[in-house]
Ligand binder design. Structure first.
Ligand code: NAD
Length: 483
């Protein structure tokens, strides 16, 4: 199949003060195409001096932005959404080449949803309001919702554009300046987004995009005294370190971290639909989804039939270059993730899980891993406990509702959960009993800009999206007036 056309030129440098610039020390790093293992481009690598320059720009731009009429801010933010949609193909092609996500998926899901994040927050920002609070007759008390100042967004590589939009849109909607630090394996679409932000006439300096290493520019952000808040989407290990390192400067933190989400098939479900749903829940975006339904619990009565159907479906999946319009399944995002996934597959085999599909690399070029299903897993096995972040499903059997809930909640994570059943009462009981930030009933992996999203337990704290995502980017001031 012919591959879609990729833009010949795209920004590769740092976005500071409304301009694309080299890193102060001129360093760059290689950006790799995970389907071909070839270098796509050299990307400017930000250091401390670049962060200082971005903060100076943010300090100049933010007060005026915060003071601007909300309607004006709303119009400009809405335009970012329009600019993204104007360049929908460019975004989708760059994202596919950079991240290994199928072009079609980028075009139909990631890009429109990123645009919608800007439009949603443009829409709701005018509803940011204070309150009046009756205290006593001689006092008039009211609250103001104020921006935090300069905030940072630090993002992972699995949904590069979408995560960038999720950090920037609510932050600027609430009147903040924002510094975005994308994950180093996927720098391209955040830079293209910066072009859209400039095109929309967002004031120079209000948004900076600093590509580079987590251990360097990420760490410098965490330690910088002028940054008031950080919203991280990433692994629990990095989150825990960040919480420690951000403590001396008392930053407000939002933590969207890892997951090991349970997905449950009851015997009374529409089994074919449930199996298809379970397949999509784990293999969508080649398993590189924080909410991936990576632990599947199947009721004993339909266990054998489910495993058989699931394995058959997994075996039929084929991979392709993500730039191929027919590609439905791409490579792991990067070499490190490929090695991690293959390592977990080996552990699954060694610990006695029954391999019923996949279990190996696909082809000999690119980081493709065959959709893998392990049956007869126990809760103790490594693949049932640890986040793999790849296309590996661990299937377990259950018989009783209470046993199921204990097993499903028996994880240190609590990001999401799914359930397939025709019994409404069972579905709601499950939704209530599960310790997770999102529960999907007879569906999986739905998201919307208007719906709050975030984790329980080691999956994090704070909420993004929805009105909570907006208020999360503000602080409250109480004003007391003696009458
Ligand atoms: P990661 O934790 O390795 O990196 C996330 C970001 O943090 C990157 O930009 C990285 O450069 C940066 N970083 C690393 N060390 C840092 C440091 N010391 N200081 C500051 N920043 C630092 O995660 P990843 O490998 O990019 O992404 C995969 C992980 O993200 C998985 O655990 C997945 O579950 C999680 N994730 C969670 C959600 C969610 O919404 N909860 C969504 C997507 C991904």
């Amino acid at each position: 199949m012919a591959l879609v056309e990729v833009p010949k030129e795209f920004p590769t440098r740092l976005f500071i003060n409304g301009e694309f610039v080299d890193a102060a020390d001129k360093r760059t790093f290689d950006n790799i195409n995970p389907a071909t293992e070839e270098v796509i481009a050299k990307i400017a690598m930000a250091g401390k001096a670049d962060l200082d320059a971005a903060i100076e720009g943010a300090k100049k731009a933010q007060p005026e932005w915060a003071a601007a009429p909300p309607a004006k801010r709303a119009n400009l933010i809405w335009k970012i959404g329009d600019e993204i949609m104007k360049r929908r193909h460019e975004f989708a092609a760059l994202e596919a080449m950079d991240s290994g996500k199928p072009y079609k998926e980028c075009f139909t899901i990631d890009v429109p949803m990123a645009a919608d994040h800007f439009k949603y927050f443009a829409g709701v920002l005018r509803s940011l309001q204070g309150e009046t609070i009756p205290v006593n007759d001689n006092l008039f008390v009211y609250t103001l919702r104020e921006p935090l100042g300069i905030v940072a967004g630090i993002t992972p590589w699995n949904f590069p554009l979408l995560m960038a939009a999720r950090k920037i849109a609510p932050a600027i909607a609430a009147g903040n300046a924002v510094i975005l630090k994308p994950a180093s394996p996927t720098p391209l679409t955040a830079n293209l987004l910066a072009e859209c932000i400039r095109e929309a006439k967002i004031p120079a300096g209000l948004v900076a995009v600093l590509n580079g290493k987590g251990s360097e520019i990420g760490q410098a952000i965490v330690e910088h005294p002028d940054i008031a808040a950080i919203s991280l989407t990433g692994s629990t290990a990095v989150g825990v370190k960040m919480i420690r390192d951000a403590a001396p400067t008392l930053k407000k933190l939002t933590m969207e971290l890892g997951g090991k989400s349970p997905n449950v098939i009851f015997a009374d479900s529409d089994l074919d639909t449930a199996v298809k749903g379970a397949q999509a829940a784990i293999f969508y975006n080649k398993g590189e989804v924080c909410t991936a339904g990576s632990r599947l619990f199947v009721e004993a009565k339909v266990y054998d039939e489910t495993v058989e159907k699931l394995a058959a479906r997994a075996k039929k999946m084929t991979c392709a270059n993500p730039l191929d319009e027919d590609c439905k399944y791409g490579p792991q995002n990067n070499k490190a993730q490929f090695d991690t996934t293959m390592g977990y597959i080996e552990k699954g085999k060694k610990e006695g899980a029954k391999l019923v599909a996949g279990g190996e690399r696909m082809g000999d070029k690119g980081y493709f891993v065959a959709p893998t299903v392990f049956a007869d897993c126990t809760p103790e096995m490594t693949i049932s406990r640890e986040e793999i972040f790849g296309p590996v499903l661990a299937v377990q059997k259950f018989s009783e509702f209470d046993e199921l809930i204990e097993k499903a909640n028996g994880s240190e994570y609590g990001l999401a959960a799914g359930v397939w059943t025709r019994d409404v009462s069972k579905a709601h009981k499950y939704a209530k009993a599960i310790k997770a930030g999102a529960v999907w009933v007879n569906c999986y992996n739905w998201y919307d800009s208007a719906v709050p999203y975030g984790g329980y337990k080691l999956s994090g704290y704070g909420r993004e999206m929805g009105l909570q995502g907006l208020t999360n980017m503000t602080q409250t001031k109480s004003v007391w007036v003696q009458l």
